[in-house]
Design a protein around this ligand. Structure first.
Ligand code: TA6
Length: 294
């Protein structure tokens, strides 16, 4: 279905999900309305910016394995969050919050010969309030050009303050995880989720020769280098998660072939642990990231 006044955008049905396809002369992108999940961004000369599982399923009620799932209003396992985040959530809930499986609205498309800017929004509802009793307006803006920028703005539209953790859970491609390193995290403190959540210091580049699941504290402008490509990820986030499931965890993941860990990793820009975001009524906060590729 064409989008009114858009030359490049149309809504298409992918199995159970409605997706926005953006076919621009210089790039292609796909955003599922469920979760406002960007699944693909492929540039005419730079190639794929994101990794999407070859067994990704376009199904209602679950995020796809890959692209950029939006983790909100909590990141990760709920019980690993500060109490200021946990205390607002009703009952036992899954990882990464409800935004990534909620149906967002397409609110605007602006396009020209160089870029396409798409905005989607999610507003509190009876359903979200049954899980998390706060009023909010969440807006995600995607700026597609020779690079990718994502801006997640969240506003407290209620009468009570709330505290959230959040992340843009970006899956990146690599030709060989064992020849991949991330520079820029030198001397940062990180929490090792695989070693009793102990705090450690990063020495030298981040390398991958086993499962990695770490929350780095402080600003991380990451340079991802594999034997053919360089990605640069800049963000205003105060936490970043670096994750590769490696061999054993890969076998437990949905939508994930056993060997897929060799060609992907996640650099997730967020506000997690001490960096959770507290919003008073009418306050708002924007989490942003820009991904460039050499
Ligand atoms: O990337 C951090 C993380 O929390 C990992 O521990 C792993 O669980 C990953 O997110 C994927 O989570 P998901 O719920 O999408 O399978």
């Amino acid at each position: 279905m064409p989008i009114i006044n858009s030359q490049y955008c149309r809504i298409v049905q992918q199995d159970e999900l409605e997706c926005l396809h953006i076919k621009h002369p210089h790039f292609f992108a796909e955003i599922c309305l469920q979760g406002a999940q960007l699944t693909r961004f492929t540039h005419e000369s730079k190639g794929d910016f994101l990794w999407l599982s070859p067994t990704a399923e376009y199904q209602l009620g679950q995020s796809l394995r890959g692209g950029v799932p939006i983790c909100w209003p909590w990141f990760g396992v709920l019980d690993k969050n500060p109490n200021s985040v946990i205390s607002s959530v009703n009952g036992k809930q899954g990882s990464h919050g409800f935004a990534r499986t909620s149906m967002w609205q397409l609110t605007s498309v602006h396009e020209d010969t160089k870029q396409v800017v798409v905005e989607l929004s999610l507003t509190s509802s009876a359903h979200t309030q049954s899980i998390w009793p706060h009023l909010f307006e969440l807006t995600c803006r995607f700026i597609f050009a020779d690079e990718l920028t994502i801006e997640l703005n969240n506003k407290n539209t209620g009468k009570n303050a709330f505290t959230i953790s959040q992340a843009l859970h970006t899956y990146l491609p690599t030709t060989d995880i064992q020849k991949t390193s991330i520079n820029g995290a030198e001397n940062l403190v990180y929490v090792d989720a695989l070693d009793n959540w102990q705090e450690k210091s990063q020495h030298g580049p981040i390398l991958f020769n086993s499962e990695v699941d770490r929350i780095y504290k402080g600003k991380l402008n990451a340079n991802l280098v594999d034997n053919t490509t360089q990605f640069h990820l800049k963000s205003n986030s105060l936490s970043s998660v670096i994750w590769n499931p490696w061999i054993d965890k890969s076998k437990t993941l949905s939508q994930f072939p056993d060997k897929a860990y060799l060609n992907m990793l996640c650099i997730e820009n967020g506000n997690i642990l001490e960096d959770v975001v507290h919003l008073e009524p009418n306050e708002s906060h924007t989490l942003s990231m820009t991904l460039t590729k050499d």
